[in-house]
Design a protein around this ligand. Sequence first.
Ligand SMILES: [Cu+2]
Length: 105
Amino acid sequence: MRAVIFLTMAGTVLASASHAGEHRIGMVGMAYAPAMIEAKVGDTLVFLNDDTRAHNVLIATVGFSTDLGKQEPGSETTLTVRKTGAFDVECVIHEEMHTRVVVRP
Ligand SMILES: [Cu+2]
């Protein structure tokens, strides 16, 4: 009688639901990219100035307002989102630069 051995592959380990995510937001070409971000509470937004000129990261939306200030080329700033809602990010240097962040539970 021959024994049959079944080998099983270890499954891919998926990030747990509570694991905070990271969203990278670029600034090249006078635009934040992506133009809209869907995040969850606890996630971190990483603003990377991947452009060759300075930009700025300002949130003026009531309840979320913060000024991450001027960002020189190559620099990064981070912001962890702590509550649900939606807010706009703008560059005070280039008024056409916007991105919208929607934070879900
Ligand atoms: Cu700018």
